[in-house]
Write a protein of this length. Structure first.
Length: 165
């Protein structure tokens, strides 16, 4: 049986702070050097907006949302895509905060709320430690990247996959 999570005022404040810090952490990640997979998906979104036809692909959610944001908010494609990445990272921070907060069973505790926020933010930023990088000069190959920042579709996938799990 799933126990109901009822947030306390400290939980709400800590969750809002976690969301704000996530925005500050992930705004720099939305530049073109980091999100280098995005141009392909942005072209798919442009095709969708201009022809009203969705290209059938295994991960169509990000281009679909970019097209919707483009039309609804009159943004350019890059800004719409960056906004979606940041929003889904914030959504992931909120999901992680709630999951961690449910494990720490101290209702109404400021310390538990802040600790949950710190763990949630740490999980957002966690990465592998390339121990052999100085020797083989491969900073990424051979490691499992648990947080992928270069692919916008992964940013959309992470909170949804975690909720489904």
């Amino acid at each position: 049986m799933i126990k109901k999570y009822i947030p306390h005022k400290y939980d709400i404040l800590a969750a809002l702070l976690a969301m704000l810090l996530t925005v500050l952490f992930f705004l720099p990640v939305t530049n073109e050097e980091v999100l280098f997979d995005s141009p392909t998906y942005l072209r798919v979104a442009q095709h969708l907006v201009e022809t009203h036809q969705l290209i059938i692909m295994s991960h169509f959610l990000y281009p679909l949302m970019v097209g919707i944001f483009k039309v609804l908010f009159h943004l350019d494609y890059w800004l719409a895509g960056a906004t979606i990445v940041v929003l889904f990272e914030v959504f992931l921070a909120l999901v992680l905060f709630i999951f961690v907060r449910r494990v720490i069973k101290k209702p109404g505790s400021l310390g538990a709320s802040l600790w949950s926020m710190a763990v949630a933010l740490s999980l957002l930023l966690a990465a592998h430690i390339p121990l052999l990088a100085f020797w083989d000069q491969h900073l990424y190959f051979g490691y499992i990247g648990i947080n992928v920042y270069h692919n916008a579709t992964m940013a959309v996938l992470k909170p949804l996959a975690l909720l489904l799990f």
